[in-house]
Design a protein around this ligand. Structure first.
Ligand code: HEC
Ligand code: HEC
Length: 465
């Protein structure tokens, strides 16, 4: 009896409702969104910041802590073409690719360092979109190969810096090298770097203190413009507490002491302010308004209980939906990369855990769908190339070639065109094979039962978000 009551109270709490007191007036009607499934994650306080300062830090400062001597890098890379530069960037970084920052070390050396935009900016139909996850980033190569280029460096200080950047990547290579282009190993990079550090002092040791994680499973990079709605970071909703502190885990690569990390952290509320100031690009073609209006009704009936509602009176809550309910590939929810127990414990006991924590649940967040037209491929692992296939699981193929050229973004199917994987000359890394671990494209079949006209209307509505 006690148990039954506890279960009922628990269920009510999970719905965000409270049992009314005996004499209370009738409760106000519950908005549809409050009756959704899953576990709702409540927002937590965030440090305020300045978006303009955040942009300057993001694109002009050294939060990674190591890099390559600029002269050497220029010898390899040559002159950066205009289309690859960051529009509007002035100063020392003006002539670098958009995903590299120019920094000057304390002893006056010119360095280039990778930035967050390496994964969090992307070309879409020929335009660089800041905040769009890069679905073409290629982590299939051997990160150890670049370490060897350090042999060309004669200056000892420059050489040590190069070794810190690429030598460390070489040490963790087996834990971060992917099989498929576009599969992002960031969660494994974080875990492998945690493994080499003392959580309290952040001191690095070449010998790992924890076992390295196994080979990575694919993770798709979420669009930054969604963060303003989310109460937790990451597909699993595991990133809780102060988001600025979680974002700066990029510095876990080469920042080897707490004082330096604290100085970087002081600027990251500004970076977060920049990230949460972003808005999605509008759909770049006409939308059939009557169809979209019909689609909106379908969305309200079938999708809003998990994904929230949109428009002027829209409302969104961060809900973690169990794998049993959503049915998508379970690997990431089963705690791969930084979400596995030893790394969660490391994070929570570390400098990063002072203000934030990793708390993996048992499923995936039903994400906000603003600008969803631009964010293919879909699902947490990027296994579904188009919205059309996301809404109809019968269109998903077990193996397909990934089209990722500027002309491959299809505004009708909404997403990346696929091609025949068995035609001659297709490298295995360009084939999405659902038999590879973590690559499954099953589940999320909520669109399957729709009539074709309803599904088409829903697709039209999704273009408008
Ligand atoms: C190597 C690629 C890579 C780099 C570099 C990188 N990120 Fe990410 N980022 C990811 C991936 C992949 C995820 C999703 C991980 C997950 O959900 O499990 C992510 C997630 C995030 C999220 C959470 C988004 C959400 O909606 O949950 C934020 C915010 C973020 N990154 C900010 C940053 C910032 C700021 C930097 C630089 C300091 C950075 N990232 C560097 C790949 C990267
Ligand atoms: C029971 C809750 C639930 C319902 C109902 C639901 N979804 Fe989802 N949806 C999710 C979850 C959870 C994910 C993330 C799954 C993953 O990444 O593995 C998701 C992912 C998505 C994505 C991919 C987003 C991205 O950027 O990758 C789209 C698009 C989407 N849903 C649209 C819809 C539409 C349209 C409907 C209505 C037909 C719908 N969903 C119904 C829970 C739901």
């Amino acid at each position: 009896m006690r148990l039954a009551a506890a279960v009922i109270v628990g269920a009510l709490a999970a719905c965000g409702a409270r049992p009314p007191a005996a004499s209370a007036p009738a409760p106000p009607p519950i908005a549809p969104i409050a009756r959704g499934p899953g576990t709702v994650i409540e927002p937590e306080p965030q440090r305020p910041g300045d978006a303009a300062r955040g942009w300057a830090l993001l694109t002009g400062s050294d939060y990674v802590g190591c890099g390559a001597p600029r002269a050497l890098w220029e010898r390899f890379a040559g002159v950066t073409p205009a289309w690859l530069r960051l529009p509007g960037r002035s100063g020392a970084g003006a002539e670098l690719p958009y995903a590299m920052n120019a920094v000057t070390t304390a002893d006056g050396r010119a360095r280039v360092t990778p930035s967050c935009l390496a994964c969090h900016a992307s070309f879409l139909r020929g335009q660089l979109v800041i905040g769009l996850g890069d679905p073409r980033a290629d982590f299939t190569g051997d990160p150890g190969a670049l370490a060897l280029a350090g042999l060309l460096i004669t200056d000892d200080v420059d050489r040590a810096d190069w070794d810190r950047l690429y030598g460390r990547f070489a040490l963790i290579a087996p834990a971060i090298r992917t099989t498929t282009v576009g599969a992002n190993p960031a969660d494994h990079i974080a875990a492998a770097l945690f493994a080499h550090r003392d959580p309290a002092t952040l001191a690095w040791s070449d010998e790992p203190r924890l076992p390295l994680p196994g080979p990575p499973v694919p993770v798709d990079v979420p669009a930054w413009w969604l963060l303003k709605k989310k109460a937790a970071m990451f597909h699993t909703g595991a990133g809780r507490g102060d988001q600025a502190r979680i974002m700066m885990t990029a510095s876990v690569l080469c920042v080897d002491d707490v004082a330096t990390a604290r100085a970087i952290d002081a600027g990251f509320p500004d970076v977060r302010a920049y990230v949460t100031s972003l808005t999605p690009p509008p759909f770049p073609a006409p939308i059939d308004a009557p169809a979209a209006a019909r689609g909106r009704a379908v969305f309200t009936a079938r999708c809003a209980r998990c994904h929230g509602s949109y428009g002027a009176d829209g409302a969104y809550q961060t809900r973690v939906i169990s794998v049993a309910e959503v049915g998508t590939d379970p690997a990431v929810a089963e705690r791969t990369g930084q979400f596995a127990a030893p790394y969660v414990a490391w994070f929570n006991a570390s400098f990063y855990g002072e203000r934030a924590r990793l708390a993996p649940g048992d499923g995936y967040v039903a994400p906000p769908l603003d600008g969803v037209w631009a964010t293919a491929p879909y699902l947490h692992n990027g296994s579904v190339p188009t919205l059309a296939a996301l809404l109809d699981s019968r269109l998903r193929q077990p193996r397909f070639g990934i089209g990722r050229g500027d002309d491959d973004y299809d505004l009708g199917l909404v997403g990346w065109r696929s091609f025949d994987p068995d035609q001659p000359g297709v490298a295995p890394a360009w084939i999405w094979d659902t038999a590879r671990p973590g690559h499954g494209n099953q589940g999320h079949t909520f669109g399957d039962a729709l009539t074709p006209p309803d599904r088409a209307a829903l697709l039209e509505y999704l273009k408008s978000l």
